[in-house]
Design a protein around this ligand. Structure first.
Ligand code: NDP
Length: 540
């Protein structure tokens, strides 16, 4: 996978380094990657061809890659199509603790040379990777249709976001390379610069298997760190493709080590290794807090306190206020709650409706929920595909059963079809704000509707959770908008729109409280999490 392209890219990159000589050259202004319009026949045809091609390659086995050397092991992870679990999309060879350790040591050896490359050199690798991804967009989207059960538009948006991360972080690295401003002091020259940290363990989730994986990995790399990337076990094929693209774009083998494997063994070994300098994790609250705790222990041979960046779950709420446009509120609620089957950390899982607009809003909501079609996302016209796995299906169905005890089922609640992990869009009403379905992250197509006396109570309920990721309000009351801005304690607050779908570089993303360590992916502070500042003072 990596070795051939590695050789040619080394020559290409060495030449480029000589030409630039480490001097910063301006890049084109950043702009978000456009999403594909599948109503255009040409695009639809291209996607259908890509689906066919990807399907014809089902079952291939991908190696892990340490120090540029592809490796096979006697352990395999199978990636199955959640629309039809009998289909194996692909397989990856899985590492064990020993190989995880070897990958960290290899990354540590590669650090010295990679950390000395110019910012422009590293940024160029990302820009090149973005260009390759753009050319392979339909293929990458098609893989996610099969591997992650993403409807076309969701898969396409995932790739567009991955491209955005590459383009945005390349430019951010160039900006930060100039260092920070400090006041001059007579008789001395002072330089305040940012340097990389060391080896990072990159542990992404399955739900944005290209965007989040690419964002976490590229942020660490472009900041001058070397990494061990362990993809989520449900989506290792798209992980292997992104790694392949980064190698093809010039990232050396020892700088990026691709090591699939089980979270509880390989992930855990990466977190604990004394040469690991930082952990970048996105996933569940449970795993994230364990990693936070484990990384805090200083192990034998360890010369630093590990930095941990965690982005975790949410119990995101949309307030429907009086007065408001109830049709807009229902559109926002349905898109945010059921887009990608509710499997987004930003997904709306609670709608808190002010009593006086409750009936009007519910009429609009139920009409729209009734129109959603669930099915195999291989078909272009599907609104909702399957949930990601057997485990996810069982978990969501368990919560639906709990919901039936705690509240009133207003829509859905059942399985769709006999094959695949399809679940109806599900709405519970009369939900108590402290019910389990109103407090715990379900991560599926289940929406709890909670009635509030007035705006004050709605805002109180919205904040009354351990999470603080996204939230929103639909209102025509200017005072309420201002109060929401100040009093709704979430990392991403949306007013009069859906609460999902943040844009890289435009709407930096990340949450408070138990939703994570308050980082903002796709924002101007993000790369600083992968760097440490150094102050150099020279007496003149
Ligand atoms: P998990 O926490 O189950 O897994 C995330 C990653 O951690 C996977 O790569 C997993 O590996 C790995 N892992 C599991 N156990 C360990 C361990 N003991 N030590 C080290 N690594 C481990 O989350 P999901 O993949 O199910 O993702 C869904 C969750 O992610 C939701 O809670 C969602 O809210 C959250 N999320 C948060 C985002 C944010 O920005 N705040 C964005 C997207 C998702 P393996 O797959 O092999 O088990």
């Amino acid at each position: 996978m990596a070795s051939e392209s590695l050789k040619s890219n080394k020559i290409f990159n060495d030449a480029r380094e000589r030409v630039y000589g480490g001097i910063s050259l301006e890049l084109m202004p950043y702009k978000n990657e456009g999403v594909t319009d599948f109503s255009v026949e040409e695009n639809k045809e291209a996607m259908l061809r890509a689906l066919e091609r990807v399907r014809s390659g089902f079952g291939r086995t991908y190696p892990l890659c340490i120090g540029g050397h592809e490796q096979i092991t006697d352990s395999i992870i199978e990636s199955r199509n959640p629309s039809n679990p009998d289909e194996i999309v692909g397989r990856v060879y899985a590492a064990d603790e020993e190989l995880a350790g070897k990958a960290v040591e290899t990354a540590a050896e590669a650090f010295d040379s990679w950390s000395r490359k110019s910012a422009r050199y590293r940024a160029d690798c990302l820009i090149k990777a973005a260009a390759i991804m753009r050319r392979r967009k339909f293929e990458l989207s098609a893989i996610m249709v099969y591997e992650a059960g993403k409807p076309w538009l969701q898969a396409d948006a995932d790739i567009a976001e991955a491209i955005d991360f590459l383009e945005y972080y390349a430019r951010e690295a160039m900006r930060l390379h100039k260092g920070g401003k400090v006041h001059p002091y007579p008789g001395e020259s002072t330089n305040y610069r940012y340097i990389p940290l060391g080896v990072g363990a990159i542990i992404p989730p399955w739900n944005f298997p290209s965007a989040i994986l690419t964002g976490m990995t590229s942020a660490a790399l472009v900041s001058g760190n070397t990494v061990v990337l362990k993809p989520a076990s449900a989506t290792p094929i798209i992980g292997a493709k992104v790694a392949e693209i980064l190698y093809d774009a010039g990232i050396p083998g020892g700088v990026l080590n691709f090591v699939p494997g089980s979270g509880s063994t390989v992930g855990d070994a990466l977190v604990k290794h004394p040469l690991t300098r930082f952990v970048s994790f996105t996933g569940s609250l449970e795993v994230g807090t364990n990693i936070y705790e484990s990384a805090a222990i200083v192990r034998e041979g360890q010369h630093w306190l590990k930095r941990v960046i965690t982005e975790m779950g949410g119990k995101d709420a949309l307030i429907v206020d009086d007065p408001c446009d109830c049709a807009l509120a229902a559109d926002a609620a349905v898109t945010s709650a059921f887009g990608y089957q509710g499997q987004k950390c930003s997904a709306c899982s609670r709608v808190i409706v002010v009593e006086s607009v409750y009936n009007a809003f519910m009429k609009e909501l139920m009409e729209r929920v009734g129109e959603l079609n669930v099915g195999d996302p291989e078909d272009a016209d599907i609104d909702m595909g399957p949930v990601s796995s057997d485990e996810a299906y069982e978990k969501v169905m368990r919560y639906i059963a709990i919901g039936k005890e705690e509240a009133t089922l207003a829509h859905g609640g059942g399985r769709v079809g006999k094959i695949g992990y399809f679940i109806e869009p599900t709405v519970f009403v009369d939900v108590d704000p402290h019910a389990r379905i109103a407090q715990e992250e379900i991560f599926g197509p289940v929406l709890s509707v909670i009635k509030a006396r007035d705006f004050d109570e709605a805002l109180y309920i919205a904040n009354d959770t351990i999470y603080g990721l996204t939230g929103g309000i639909i209102t025509n009351d200017r005072d309420h908008i201002e109060r929401t801005k100040n009093e709704f304690h979430v990392g991403n607050l949306y007013i009069n729109r859906k609460i999902t779908g943040s844009l890289v570089g435009v709407q930096p993303f990340g949450g408070y409280k138990m939703s994570g360590t308050c980082s903002k992916a796709g924002g101007p502070d993000y790369l600083l999490l992968f760097m440490q500042p150094k102050t150099i003072i020279e007496r003149l």
